[in-house]
Design a protein around this ligand. Structure first.
Ligand code: ZN
Length: 275
């Protein structure tokens, strides 16, 4: 493993933002220090090859897990990936389930999100112009379809669709909050899916969530509620499968982007130049 400075760094086309268990799926890793107008990303970015595709990996919480969900440098992570040439982002994460039908170990690829975070920087376009991107469908349709297909092929029974409610954390939900979310028809609870998704959209990137259910949320199960031990245990049990799935999705992602994502900024006067 070596560390180098841009611009000698190799380019990548696909980005993965995930837990630190994901390093080992890349071959010939090179680490790159990237600086951005929004500060440094969570850690140096690992670039490697997988099935002939160049992949850049960002450990979302930092390699030593030093960034809690509300402190992750989301803007720097997305900006850094785009500056390396990435145009398609895969985002595996651990989530809670709001339906007893989809218990621990379930793989879900939601198609909607609800933002219940507060105080996080959720735009690159803070000054100089008002930029309003379309976010009615927050995820890349091609990426979602590819992820669901790859999961089926790999023997998962993926949940295709549903709504991820992103809470501020770092605490888990109360029972009342959890029951309220479920009563709205929302299906998953997480802490990192926003603003990650909208920041990808603001950079005209494709963004695809891969949500691994680690627990039933507080109001849904009948025991003591969610504990960190439970989440970590279920995640550890499934991280190998999830990593294999991310690799499968990388292999299956079409390299030409025929989805609407590349055009989302067309006709908009941007106050800054994208990398
Ligand atoms: Zn797309």
């Amino acid at each position: 493993m070596s560390t180098s400075q841009l611009p000698t760094a190799p380019a990548a086309e696909i980005g993965v933002i995930g837990g630190s268990g994901f390093y080992s799926f890349l071959d010939d890793i090179e680490e790159v220090q990237v600086d951005t107008p929004f500060g440094p990303p969570s850690d140096p970015i690992a670039i490697g090859e997988l099935a002939g595709r160049r992949v850049a990996f960002v450990p979302r919480h930092g390699r030593d897990h030093r960034f809690p969900p509300h402190r992750i440098p989301y803007r720097a992570n997305l900006w850094a990936l785009r500056s390396l040439g990435v145009r398609q982002v895969l985002a595996p994460s651990a989530v809670g389930s709001l339906t007893p039908d989809h218990g621990p170990g379930t793989l879900a690829v939601p198609d909607q999100l609800v933002d219940r975070t507060y105080g996080r920087s959720q735009t690159f376009y803070d000054e100089g112009a008002a930029v309003h991107v379309s976010f009615s469908d927050p995820y890349c349709p091609t990426g979602r379809q590819t992820a669901v297909g790859a999961a089926r092929t790999a023997g998962w029974s993926p949940v295709d669709g549903g709504t991820l409610v992103v809470i501020e954390g770092p605490r888990f939900s109360t029972r009342a909050e959890s029951l309220w979310y479920a009563s709205q028809g929302w299906t998953l609870v997480g802490m990192t899916g926003h603003p990650e998704a909208v920041l990808a959209r603001e950079l005209a990137l494709c963004y695809t969530p891969l949500c691994l259910v680690t627990d039933l949320d507080a109001g849904i199960e009948e025991g003591e509620g969610v504990t960190m031990d439970e989440v970590l245990r279920v995640f550890a049990e499934n991280v190998g499968r999830l990593r294999d799935l991310v690799a499968d999705v990388v292999k299956s992602l079409p390299s030409d982007r025929t989805c609407p994502c590349p055009q989302v900024l067309d006709g908009i006067d941007l106050p800054l130049t994208l990398p």
